[in-house]
Design a protein around this ligand. Structure first.
Ligand SMILES: [Zn+2]
Length: 201
């Protein structure tokens, strides 16, 4: 009877670190930490994100991601808050990657979503159902660019069925920018409420 016990013990040791690493939610702020993080982590396509005047997308995503993480933690969920570049992979029940879009010419875009697999579509559409009535501008679609459909961050997380990139709106479009700028904390709270509902057993 010694051999099976040894095998079980070995499996336990192997699996335990992975389980300990799992969190409820990964929240990534798009472009945050760049450009500094690119060289350190050997990122070749160092996309710094969009901007409007003096406002930078990577500052906005950090504000929304912090607000989302705070609200989720307040609701009792465990959160891993990630910047654009980091070593390692995460396991989570849900993962969201936050962005604001840019367009030239301006105002050709709006809110949109990206997700890696057909199995993530229901989660994305549930978010659309929440966000469309709040956002008084155009919804530009699902996986509308290569960067959205094949987002590098999707490969850094294992959150099957609940992996989602969110573009809250087009930052380079003045009317959308004016609507979003004073609402960054509110967007985080809205997103946290949505995730909390989706993860409720
Ligand atoms: Zn972005």
């Amino acid at each position: 009877m010694r051999a099976p016990a040894t095998i079980i013990a070995a499996l336990f040791v192997t699996l335990q670190p992975v389980r300990a690493d799992q969190v409820d939610v990964v929240v990534q702020a798009g472009h945050q930490g760049r450009p500094q993080s690119c060289a350190a982590l050997h990122v070749k396509a160092c996309n710094l994100g969009t901007s409007f005047g003096t406002q930078l997308e990577r500052n906005w995503t950090a504000i929304v991601a912090d607000a989302t993480a705070d609200a989720l933690r307040h609701a009792g969920l465990s959160v891993k808050r990630r910047p654009a570049d980091y070593a390692g992979r995460d396991r989570a029940r849900a993962a969201v990657f936050l962005h604001f879009d840019g367009s030239a010419p301006a105002c050709r875009s709006g809110a949109s979503v990206g997700f890696p697999a057909a199995t993530d579509a229901a989660f994305a559409r549930a978010w659309e159902t929440v966000y469309r009535p709040l956002f008084p501008f155009r919804f530009a679609g699902e996986n509308i660019t290569r960067n959205e459909a094949q987002y590098y961050g999707f490969h850094k997380v294992d959150a099957p069925g609940k992996t989602l990139l969110i573009e809250f709106g087009e930052m380079t479009c003045a009317p959308q920018e004016r609507w979003m700028a004073p609402r960054l904390h509110e967007l985080g709270a809205d997103l946290a409420r949505f995730i909390g509902t989706e993860l409720r057993p």
